[in-house]
Ligand binder design. Structure first.
Ligand code: AMP
Ligand code: MN
Ligand code: MN
Ligand code: MN
Length: 293
């Protein structure tokens, strides 16, 4: 049986709803053999996840999803197989979390103006000490009956041009890739097909990313159609990027998406875990090497 990989997921350390240990237990139930926890701009969930992974027999890949401003918009770069203790990486992430908190205050002020009281305090409470994001504000707005689904709340309140949107200057592409590489990991462009870039802009991003030392492309994402996966596979092959698979799971509330239930990697893709020669262990140090398929 080939191993089942899911290299993009979130916990309560950022905007997921399962605690790291619950996420790992759920991954195990779903038959995931190799799981990456990739919270937004934080690695806080990894310690708990490693403990749970060694109990559940899941190989945990330490990861992070870094917020980047590129070409005037926000994109996400995954750092996989990182050393979470690396100080340069941690300094960079701490800076991004400070920006998140400043942005959250500003979102709170904007929402106050349209009659949503105390949204900042409530969003912080929902974040439970983790990195605060728009998803927490979306949950506040849902609770207040402003819309009946998370995607609808985003569309009406939290995207560009809407009352709760605040533009932020995140890390540069070069910074994000540099932090990841110095922490021993591989940088991967997350959910490229979601950015609605033209083919030219996609190529430009990949070109700059490769120049910075980026190595991977998320070829299969939970939000991609089979046609999008196919297009990403062609890009990965054409530009020599290692392919990854990740659901971008945020918890059981998002019923349209499940951990480990993604399209298979299209044939002909070179998986990043092979091109980068990952050695995988179940749980923390001292676990058993997993056979690489
Ligand atoms: P942030 O990094 O705080 O700006 O929030 C980005 C996160 O918001 C993403 O990782 C998703 O979890 C969530 N998100 C963004 N757009 C949408 C959407 N249209 N529907 C549901 N969730 C979304
Ligand atoms: Mn998210
Ligand atoms: Mn993302
Ligand atoms: Mn994500």
């Amino acid at each position: 049986m080939p191993l089942r990989y899911d290299l993009h997921s979130h916990s309560t350390a950022s905007d997921g709803t399962l605690a790291p240990a619950e996420l790992v237990a759920h991954a195990s139930r779903q038959g995931v053999n190799v799981l990456a926890l990739t919270d937004h701009d934080t690695t806080e969930g990894l310690e708990e996840a490693f403990g749970a992974a060694s109990r559940a027999g899941v190989a945990l890949v330490p990861g992070v999803e870094i917020s980047v401003t590129w070409g005037g918009g926000t994109i996400h770069i995954l750092g996989l197989n990182i050393d979470p203790l690396h100080s340069g990486l941690q300094q960079g992430l701490a800076g991004l979390r400070a920006l998140r908190d400043r942005r959250a205050r500003e979102i709170g002020i904007r929402l106050e103006k349209i009659g949503v009281a105390d949204a900042y305090e409530e969003a912080r409470r929902l974040a439970g000490g983790g990195a605060v994001g728009r998803t927490h504000f979306a949950r506040v707005l849902l609770e207040r009956g402003r819309a009946d689904s998370l995607p609808k709340v985003f569309k009406s309140y939290l995207v560009r041009g809407k009352p709760g949107y605040v533009k932020e200057q995140w890390a540069t592409l070069e910074q994000a890739v540099d932090w990841i590489r110095k922490a021993g990991g591989q940088a991967v462009i997350a959910h490229l097909a979601r950015y609605r870039f033209s083919a030219t802009r996609q190529r430009q991003l990949i070109g700059e990313f490769k120049e910075c030392g980026g190595e991977g492309l998320e070829v299969v994402s939970g939000s991609f159609t089979p046609a999008e996966c196919h297009a990403m596979a062609l890009l990965a092959q054409r530009f020599g990027l290692g392919a990854t698979v990740g659901s971008d799971y945020h918890g059981p509330e998002n019923t349209w998406l499940e951990l480990g239930r993604t399209e298979p990697l299209p044939p002909g893709c070179a998986p990043l875990w092979k091109t980068s020669g990952w050695r995988l262990y179940e749980g923390a140090q001292g676990g058993y090497p997993l056979r690489l398929d």
